[in-house]
Design a protein around this ligand. Structure first.
Ligand code: HEC
Length: 216
């Protein structure tokens, strides 16, 4: 073979490569899949990735109640009535037995998985911390979602009010009930209260009795 033939062969190979490249470019352009702005269906419980990639949006967390406000107003008797749902597995009396679940006397502020003589799941042991109002509120909504792998097979209580009442009862069911935090100040109320009431009495400059505001 002389160099002229080699040139033809190389030319043919290069030509084929360029041809394939061009065909692919065109094909990709023509058949570019169209991504709809919104998926045609939504699967519940699946966290959607925001358009354009990036980290998935955090699941929307339930807003925690302001315990200082809701606990004093809670219906403890209604909360106690709700414990009928727990009674198959839990005893609530002081010194009462562990059943399928641990005894729940004075459970508020007690360390998670901390009741003597009960054999807790590995999931519980792996999650230290105390049963604060917030933690109980999250757990009782859906035990298996809050602590995956828990052996408390209870669907949970969706209604916020019922959970609040129940937690108020759990709090009261103790020798010395856990402290209730101070209510959070309403954000908008503070500046409004600080402002002088329009047209109200004006303090006299010499520090004497307030003098009425001049009539307009
Ligand atoms: C089907 C049985 C069952 C029912 C019904 C049930 N629980 Fe439980 N509960 C358990 C078990 C079992 C555990 C221990 C969980 C583990 O180790 O994973 C537990 C754990 C708990 C804990 C944590 C206690 C600790 O010592 O850390 C709380 C609080 C609790 N349950 C509250 C309730 C309340 C309130 C109800 C009713 C609204 C309820 N449970 C209904 C079985 C049950």
């Amino acid at each position: 073979m002389n160099s002229f033939e080699w040139n033809k062969i190389i030319g043919a190979v290069l030509g084929t490569a360029v041809f394939i490249f061009v065909v692919r470019l065109v094909a990709e352009h023509v058949y570019e899949p169209e991504h709809p702005e919104k998926p045609g269906y939504v699967v519940e419980g699946v966290v959607e990735t925001p358009a354009g990639g990036g980290a998935p949006a955090a699941p929307v967390a339930e807003v925690m109640p302001d315990w200082g406000t809701v606990l004093p107003a809670a219906d403890v008797a209604a909360g106690q009535a709700s414990t009928a749902k727990c009674a198959a597995c839990h005893d609530f009396a002081k010194g009462g037995p562990n059943k399928i679940g641990p005894n729940l006397f004075a459970v508020v502020d007690r360390p998670r998985g901390g009741h003597e003589g009960f054999s807790y799941s590995a999931a519980f042991k792996a999650k230290p911390g105390n049963w604060t109002y917030d933690e109980l509120f999250k757990f009782l909504k859906s035990p298996a979602v809050d602590i995956p792998g828990t052996k408390m097979s209870f669907a949970g209580i969706r209604a916020e009010k019922e959970r609040v009442n129940l937690i108020a009862y759990l709090r009261s069911n103790a020798d010395s009930p856990a402290a209730i935090p101070a209510p959070k100040p309403a954000a908008a109320a503070a500046p409004a209260a600080a402002a002088a009431p329009a047209g109200g009495p004006v303090a006299s400059p010499k520090g004497g009795a307030p003098v009425p505001a001049p009539a307009h």
